[in-house]
Design a binder for this molecule. Sequence first.
Ligand code: C2E
Ligand code: MG
Ligand code: MG
Length: 707
Amino acid sequence: MRHLDQLQIKILLVEDDEDDFFLFEDLLDDFQSIQFGLDWVDTYDKGLDAVQKRQHDVYVFDFRLGSRTGLDLLEEVVSLGYRIPIILLTGQEDRETDLAAMDAGATDYLVKGMITSALLERSIRYAINHTRALVALQERESQYDLVAQASNDGLWDWNLQTHQVYYSPRWAAIIGQGGQALQPEIQEWFERIHPEDKDRFKTDLRRHLRRETSAFECQYRILHQDQTYRWVSSRGMAVFGPDQRSVLRMAGSQTDLTHHIALYDHLTGLPSRALFLDQLRRTLTRVNRQTNYLFAVLFLDCDRFKVINDSLGHGIGDQLLIGVAQRLTAALRPGDVIARLGGDEFAILLENIAGPDQAEHVASRLNRELEKAFELQGHTVYISASIGIALNSEHSLQAENLLRDADNAMYRAKALGKSRYVVFESSMHDRVQALLRVETDLRAAIANQEFQLYYQPIVSLATHEIVSLEALIRWQHPERGLVSPLEFIPVAEETGLILAIGQWVLEEACQQLWQWHQTLTEIPPLSISVNLSRKQFSQASLGQQIQSILSETGVSARHLKLEITETMIMENEVMVAELISQLRALGLQLQIDDFGTGYSSLSFLHNFPLDTLKIDRSFIEGLVTDTEKSEIVRTMITLAHNLGMTAIAEGVETQSQLQWLQQHHCDCVQGYLLSKPLSADQMQRALTQSGKVFVQSLETSAVVVSA
Ligand code: C2E
Ligand code: MG
Ligand code: MG
């Protein structure tokens, strides 16, 4: 496109006074940068004709045009729909005309008698540029309208400052509200979202508002005027304030998926949840006519995806999802349907299978494929998947129910240790119910004080002294008896009850410790180790909470140790760094629990100052006979020492394990060989009876305390 300076600007002057025309021409002669051609007409009608021929770049109207005015001409031109640069020449005493001219659509006005050459040149430049910009904007807007209409998208625009929301007529029409106007409020939208989709929707929204995603996108069900739910896909982007944090507005589109042909996931190109369900419905209809037709729905969820995504970044996370999609697709038969349900979840429809074995066979093949390393931008990433399988039975089923069954089975696969598949059984229908029951019982347990702490000693191999007691929670259920924390901690975590329980554990452990410090005066003061849960460890207020417990119970910070896991650190590194330095400033010690089982990136050990490494039981088991395990444990001990940490071996059960650990300079041991976890009473008795806390002879009999 040629620049303004290189063009010859064609000017039309509408002026009834010949002297004024010559004056105007003189001004143009002095122009510095614009090449111009000037045409002159002397009446209103000739001016109008010339405008309609559209041969000029800029139009200058004199105010006085015989019986009419330049303002009249301007108004007529604008009313005819011309968007052209017009400059009005007005008289010196005509302030009101100037304003009226601008209101009527003049680009600029100049006051006769005060016009200099430079002023005119500037005004002409401005008029042309301004009009160009306006036209470009209009074209863009009309293109946008066109796109919006052609693609059948509804538009929304949410002003987070005024809390007003604009819903386009098409947005309203998608939910059957075309006729009546919606209230410009966000509730009009949120209240219509299907209850099962609400959390997902809010999470997607929150993630975008926190700038974790480049755009908001969610496929969900929305309530239609006819009281049915419709699948829609909403996309949008936030406009952030100058501080880059506060959100000014958010705008986007909403697509009706029921009438949309392209139901595909943007990232992987796979069908979406809506299309998958559509396909599943069609298969089900066909099955109703064919009695012995067998098919399977697989629900696949990647293990540890979140950790990889959070630690290596969303770019690599996205690449990984694309890679997973490709491997899964390659491992399936061409007729099978694979869809991305969202996040790291995929669904697969295996049509016409010979029997359940075939579905299981496919599931294990998929996992084998996924377990091969992914090379992503210089990182080697390993992943596995938990897969749930649901088969169609003789009952006529609903597509949603089949997918839910597969989802339930997937959950089971996760609980059993991930990286595996589980076939759905109807007993799993009860899983949700069972969880609910545990939750209700847990709430009652807090109120009825059904929890107890047990204590297990951690013993130094150098001094044979008890260096610390690990507090382990027990639930004395009124009907079920003693319930393992492995069963109820995950439920407590899921429901948020863990915060109340965790607080109780800290208080109880500190109170008990204070009491032992008072009564067991003949032994050196004991320390206590308390396990923290993932939710507890993501509270910013944890430091203050612990500090007030310490000051209320009178326990010194140096006698309290906190156990956290690798995964807890990796899940939220930024916040954790802050929390760790806060806790260390209080004088507490931090230990890595179950080391080796979580996200095995050793780099975090360099980045976070921690005191102790607890080697997980699974490495100690078989330690003496399994050379690979002994090699790993040896490395872990060396690693701990090189980083200035102490090493504790968990789950020591045999004399030979103990000896091996002693030979390899492990600092401390914990396990059934020394003592099982004991109740507070049992522990107190053991401590007072032995009178001292030395292990009599670690080489011969390692039993420190027994109830
Ligand atoms: P953990 O922190 O790794 O605790 C050690 C677990 O290993 C305890 O199981 C303990 O009884 C068991 N153990 C100790 N020595 C041996 C041994 O020689 N052989 C075998 N087979 N097991 C041994 P427990 O008490 O069932 O606790 C399980 C897990 O529950 C704990 O693992 C911890 O992650 C969690 N937990 C326990 N109490 C609490 C608590 O108060 N808060 C939180 N958030 N989690 C807790
Ligand atoms: Mg522990
Ligand atoms: Mg442990």
